[in-house]
Design a protein around this ligand. Structure first.
Ligand code: 5GW
Ligand code: MN
Length: 309
């Protein structure tokens, strides 16, 4: 009883003494557009935000980004049979992706005729980039780094401010807006966001360029959603592509292909923002309470029917 009273008195005097600090923090957080979530990790050890629903003020952020008049590029690959995913991907992106901002969709495909006709809103354009395909799916997936890198220098740098690089076998299911934008951002892999470092599926063979030593690494990131400024994405994709080519020369392929190289890159080039698994979820993992939104969802695929056709 007594102890409890003492504690309460302490809290009272603390609040009286330090209210200006608390007040300033609250005011500052609100004006910067950030809030707190007590149930999830909202900041990395290197003090960059991890974006969850409830940790930002979209109205304020929208105003800030609208003043800067930015354009966002969304890159997506639809090689071979994967063109079947484009319609849903694009239609849901029109509903939820960067609403109120200028968007360029960059569709990399070997089948330009099979890109569906979708109605795009004002100041939202689609650009079809014809690229070659590769016989092995691993290579299709990995070569994305090379192609994004190539077009970043050739085209994206002149057309957009930020790039968002996404898997195509996905649908938007809730708002994905400017709260994700930063110089360099990655997304927590939905299968590993609660896992410990030792269970991250980094490449563990030192012979690969994607090797991450057991005592390194903060998070396990998903290959299906990353981005940043064109300059940062250029640097990331260049480094990853070069590492993939060195591995190829050495007759080794990283365990999770380009995702392994992306994870290696993020160990040594820390992202300036991290997206929670709200931004890349798969309902086959269930629907945990802490996910207040499922913004970008994996579309179930029949592997045999679609892969390598
Ligand atoms: C085909 C067979 C096996 C794995 C990947 C492919 C494949 C991937 C393809 O034939 N065409 C293609 O465009 N891709 C691109 O690579 C898509 O943008 C796809 O979203 C991305 C990654 O491959 P996913 O989505 O099959 O990988 P997971 O790990 O999400 O299942
Ligand atoms: Mn995918």
């Amino acid at each position: 009883m007594l102890k409890d009273k003492g504690k309460r008195r302490w809290v009272k005097s603390y609040l009286r003494k330090h209210f200006h600090i608390l007040g300033c923090t609250v005011v500052l957080s609100f004006s910067l557009g950030y809030f707190w979530r007590p149930d999830v990790l909202v900041m990395t050890p290197w003090f960059v935000p991890i974006v969850w629903e409830g940790t930002y003020n979209l109205e304020i952020l929208n105003e800030q980004f609208q003043q800067r008049n930015i354009t966002v590029g969304l890159t997506v690959f639809a090689i071979k049979k994967y063109v079947v995913f484009l319609k849903t991907f694009l239609e849901t992106a029109e509903m939820y992706f960067m609403v109120g901002h200028k968007v360029n969709y960059y569709i990399f495909t070997d089948r330009p005729q099979e890109v569906p006709k979708v109605e795009f809103k004002e100041e939202r354009n689609v650009v079809v980039l014809q690229v070659q395909n590769y016989p092995r799916w691993e290579e299709i997936s990995m070569r994305r780094m090379e192609m994004i890198n190539h077009f970043s220098q050739k085209q994206f740098i002149n057309e957009v401010d930020y790039l968002v690089c996404a898997d195509v076998d996905m649908r938007f299911n809730d708002l994905v807006g400017v709260e994700i934008l930063s110089n360099l951002f990655g997304t927590l892999h939905p299968g590993f966001y609660t896992a410990e470092r030792q269970s991250f599926t980094y490449e563990r063979r030192p012979a690969s360029q994607a090797y991450v030593p057991p005592d390194k690494g903060d998070f396990y990131y998903a290959g299906g959603l990353f981005g940043g400024t064109v300059k940062e994405v250029y640097k990331l994709t260049k480094k990853c592509h070069e590492a993939i080519m060195v591995d190829k020369d050495n007759g080794i392929e990283a365990i999770w292909q380009e995702e392994s190289h992306l994870n290696k890159y993020f160990v040594y080039h820390k992202p300036t923002k991290i997206l929670s698994p709200e931004y890349l979820w798969d309902d086959s993992l269930g629907r945990p309470q802490i996910l207040r939104k499922r913004r970008f969802l994996a579309v179930p695929k029949d592997h045999d029917a679609i892969k390598n056709k």
